[in-house]
Design a binder for this molecule. Structure first.
Ligand SMILES: [Zn+2]
Ligand SMILES: [Zn+2]
Length: 243
């Protein structure tokens, strides 16, 4: 199965990601939230849920992608590989589509009538860590996962693009759940990139900051107001300390 390998390769990265943050002297706990270090028990609970989701939910979805590439004759040979800038543009297009889907569906999952049935699982941890990026109810894996596949249906012209998009999306979701706003993080070179500080606040506050990758939907619809007010307070407190 040539598609699924990158999707599973991230688990080891997700575990070590936080250690990198801890080791970095200037790595800051994101969002100004109270740091609650993950325990072995929490990581084990997370790992079991990940195994279930990967084998029982994601594997069938990945197999579906395989049949999609077979049906539409998506090439995987060297000669027909698109240029790097085309892959980059396609991944950006996918991220914009996924982010839009994620914003509205994620916001819907927070509706008080349905929150407790599905999305509550992902919010079990108020201070998330890398591996928790995919800790979610199986129904949420499917609902929010659809946003990931829409871009593939729209842009897929080569297997390399599929692999690139899987890697980009996993790196992004692990980064925003890592709990560390690492200095010189290259992902912050992307305009409107949300990052760990932004999503950490969502896990702490439950309301607002619903987007996955970019900040524009929250800005446009005013759902980042709590975050802005909180961040202003944190900055003021930091400035007072420095004086
Ligand atoms: Zn989250
Ligand atoms: Zn949420």
């Amino acid at each position: 199965m040539r598609i699924c390998l990158p999707a599973w390769a991230h688990s080891a990265f997700a575990v070590t990601r936080k250690e990198v943050g801890r080791a970095g002297a200037s790595a800051a706990v994101a969002g100004g939230s109270v740091d609650k270090p993950e325990t072995l028990e929490k990581q084990w609970r997370c790992f079991k849920m990940l195994l279930f989701n990967h084998f029982c939910i994601q594997l069938p979805m990945i197999c579906g992608t395989y049949y999609f590439t077979e049906y539409f004759n998506i090439p995987y040979d060297w000669n027909s590989m698109p240029k790097w800038y085309k892959i980059f543009a396609e991944c950006l297009g996918c991220a914009i589509i996924e982010d839009t889907w994620h914003y509205f569906l994620h916001r819907l999952l927070h509706h008080k009538r349905i929150y407790k049935y599905i999305h509550k699982v992902h919010h079990e941890f108020t201070a998330p860590f890398g591996m928790q990026a995919e800790y979610a109810h199986p129904a949420e894996t499917i609902i929010l996962g659809i946003g990931f596949f829409i871009g593939i249906v729209v842009f897929c012209d080569h297997m390399i693009f599929l692999w690139a998009w899987v890697i980009v999306r996993l790196m992004e979701t692990i980064d925003v759940h890592s709990g560390y706003d690492i200095p010189l993080n290259p992902l912050h070179l992307i305009p409107f990139y949300a990052g760990a500080r932004f999503h950490d606040f969502h896990h702490m506050n439950f309301i607002g900051n619903y987007a996955s990758t970019f900040t524009w939907w929250d800005k446009l619809l005013g759902t980042d107001s709590f975050f802005n007010a909180h961040y202003k307070k944190v900055k003021e407190a930091e400035e007072k300390k420095e004086k």
